[in-house]
Design a protein around this ligand. Structure first.
Ligand code: BDP
Length: 689
């Protein structure tokens, strides 16, 4: 090739590249906040009174807000400049904000205000969202206050750096180099959380180690708390109930023993000397082998109240988990938390919050809501969701959880007129999906789940669709085709996972321990309720768990109006059919087809949905930066393969029981049942150790 032709070829190749890859590579580190602007943006920001928090709000606007026709003023509502405006900010509470165009000394000013510095910070992030969405600031007037006071991430991070059910690399917290080295990433983490209104973080695993309460680890937690404080984020720790024995050398951890209470009181005092705004303890007690008050014949309320008394002088809170089940109760695992906690309503101290998983079993792709919501009117409750996708395909499957969170939060409890689950909450916790991966969450789309959790925790009335659009625009820019396509993919994604893993309310069909892949045939684990067969109860005649009065009567734990609907399969929402009913394979479904053929159709639909998402994503190749495009594309490939595997393995197994053929047009599974049963995944990520 002559030099000239080579040069032309080079130019052509470059042009082709430019045409295909419009944006520079983006490794996703900037999350929905985008990469840092290279230069100042020109927006005029006025700050009458500075503080570490207000400074952060100002820096945020200086770095990302474009020039606006009016200056932006960041000031708390008590600032002298604002007196003559006579704003009524009482309804905003401590954290709510107001963004309004006002006149100050005859000048138009976009005022961002609230009753505290952190409220102003939240307002600044809200203004950025507004402008990034392409909305005008003329006559802007936005007021917003959080619906739920405590909005927390729960990290299941271990002191050795591993993360239980974590699929985004090692723990962010480098306990080994803390407190001397404060990785700048800790600040970036807090900033991202503040941008969506998260105001607390539990640093360590609910399967807790007592060592996290020793002086060296408390000093490390204090270093993190110092970084998070200006962002309005308080640190919480999990507390191992037997710590007085393990660390204090006591003979017992009985909550009624004064020496035990004194040990916790001294520990709380020690913590607050280091972390004056320490949030409190999260406790998993008498659950899956964790120690707790029941070991001594004391109740959950006895245990929680003893810890609450230690925190009370300092203003701390105990989050006591209701995730309990025991093999001593043979009836139905779905009933156990209610059976143990409902009788304790009114017995918990007022700085105790009982933290209830969104569903009665365990973070399945779909569960009905937990019957405890609305059923403990004299107890503060938290809802616990899993943001990390333990049961929805780990990091690789695209599953937008906005619809899952929304569905639970919007559900009517039936306990009080018009009461939704969201309305019963004093706190909300999300098990974090964050690790040391460059993109934080293991994939770009997993970032959306962190984002959606925070946005819904602030305002449970937001729709998951609105949040998806908002996230897409901030993450990929304002190209309408990208926003529409990404939103459409996101909105179909969770239902696809439900369909290919377990339609119609089937649940807990996952491989043991690691929970990767299908294992509906598993029947030999030690405890009955660890086995998938316990949940689906399939045999040659039918499938599903009878939770009506003729079965475990779990429906009796719901409010009477809800229970009445669940009592009969015809009035049970189809998505929960097999959760509540055991039905013949030939049960006639509403459209006339049999249950079996409807099930197969759903499995097939789940697989087809993933193919559809792949095709949608392919159309964005020239519109999304190459790095994020390629990773998502590869992950969708994994998901397509694994969706097919789930469908094939499940159908093969069901057919081994019901001996029914596949409906016409449904492709035969790729392997026989023995092949699926033989698959082993000893190094699957996230398993506890
Ligand atoms: C289950 C997880 C397990 C957790 C447990 C919990 O498999 O790793 O420890 O929940 O929430 O879903 O305590």
């Amino acid at each position: 090739m002559t030099r000239r032709r080579a040069a032309i070829a080079l130019v052509m190749a470059t042009l082709a590249c430019l045409a295909t890859y419009p944006a520079r590579a983006d490794d996703g580190y900037g999350l929905w906040l985008g990469p840092a602007a290279d230069t100042a943006t020109g927006a005029e920001i006025e700050v009458p009174r500075r503080s570490p928090t207000i400074d952060r709000a100002a820096a945020e606007l200086r770095r990302s807000l474009p020039h606006l026709p009016a200056a932006v003023m960041l000031a708390t509502s008590n600032a002298s400049h604002l007196v003559m405006l006579d704003l009524d900010t009482r309804a905003l509470g401590h954290e709510g904000y107001l963004i309004r165009e006002v006149k100050i000394g005859n000048r138009p000013v976009i005022l961002v205000t609230g009753n505290s510095d952190v409220a102003v910070l939240y307002g600044a992030f809200s203004l950025l969202r507004h402008v990034r969405a392409g909305e005008s600031t003329a006559a802007i007037n936005i007021a917003s206050a959080p619906a739920i006071p405590l909005r927390l991430l729960n990290h299941w991070d271990n002191l050795d750096g591993s993360v239980e059910r974590g699929y985004a690399g090692q723990s962010l917290w480098d306990w080994w180099t803390l407190p001397d080295f404060k990785d700048p990433r800790y600040d970036d983490y807090a900033r991202a959380n503040a941008s969506i209104g998260i105001n607390g973080t539990v640093l360590n695993n609910v399967n807790a180690k007592a060592e996290s309460l020793t002086a060296p680890y408390l000093a490390r937690a204090a270093a993190l708390a110092d970084v998070f404080r200006p962002w309005g984020i308080r640190v919480y720790l999990t507390a191992r109930f037997s710590a007085p024995i393990e660390l204090g050398g006591l003979k017992t951890a009985d909550p009624r023993d004064p020496a035990v209470a004194a040990w916790w009181q001294a520990k709380a005092d020690e913590i607050y000397r280091l972390i004056p705004d320490f949030g409190g303890f999260l406790v998993k007690a008498n659950s899956e082998g964790q120690p707790g008050p029941r070991d001594y014949g004391a109740s959950h309320a006895d245990g929680a109240n003893m810890l609450a008394a230690a925190l009370r002088p300092h203003g701390g809170t105990v989050l006591w988990r209701a995730f309990v089940y025991a093999d001593t109760d043979p009836t139905d695992r779905a009933k156990q938390a209610y059976s143990e906690f409902r009788p304790l309503d009114g017995k918990f101290a007022d700085n105790v919050i009982v933290q209830v998983k969104n569903g009665p079993i365990d973070f399945q792709p779909r569960e009905p809501v937990h019957p405890l919501f609305g059923a403990m009117p004299r107890t503060r409750l938290a809802a616990e969701f899993q943001i990390t996708k333990e049961y929805l395909g780990f990091a690789t499957h695209l599953a937008y959880l906005g619809p899952l969170f929304e569905e639970a939060l919007d559900t009517q409890t039936g306990q009080a007129r018009g009461q939704t689950v969201a309305a019963t909450l004093g706190a909300i916790s999300g098990v974090a999906n964050i690790g040391r991966d460059r993109d934080w969450a293991g994939s770009t789309f997993n970032q959306a789940n962190w984002y959606a959790f925070g946005r819904l925790a602030w305002d449970p009335k937001l729709s998951s669709q609105t949040i998806a659009r908002e996230w897409s625009r901030q993450t990929f820019g304002n190209d309408a085709q990208v926003t529409d396509t990404v939103t459409a993919m996101m909105l179909r994604s969770r239902e696809a996972v439900v369909d290919y893993t377990g339609p119609f309310g089937l649940a807990h069909l996952f491989g043991p321990d690691h929970h990767y892949g299908p294992g509906p045939w598993i029947a030999d684990l030690k405890r009955p309720e660890w086995n998938p067969v316990y949940y689906h109860r399939a045999d040659s005649d039918g499938i599903g768990f009878d939770r009506t009065a003729s079965g475990s009567n779990a429906i009796g734990q719901y409010a009477p109006t809800i229970a009445a609907r669940l009592a009969r399969p015809e009035t049970t929402p189809p998505q929960f059919l097999l959760w509540f009913h055991h039905l013949p394979w030939t049960y006639p479904m509403p459209g006339g087809e049999t249950l079996w053929s409807a099930m197969v159709r759903r499995y097939d639909h789940g697989v087809a949905e993933v193919e559809a998402m792949r095709k949608q994503w392919a159309t964005l190749k020239s519109r999304v930066d190459a790095e994020r495009w390629a990773k998502t594309d590869a992950y969708l490939g994994i998901q397509a393969r694994e969706a097919r595997w789930w469908r094939d393995a499940s159908l093969t197994y069901w057919m081994s029981l019901n001996h029914l053929p596949l409906p016409a047009g449904s492709p035969p599974p790729a392997h026989d049942l023995a092949w699926y049963k033989q698959q082993r995944f000893p190094f699957a990520p996230g398993a506890p150790h």
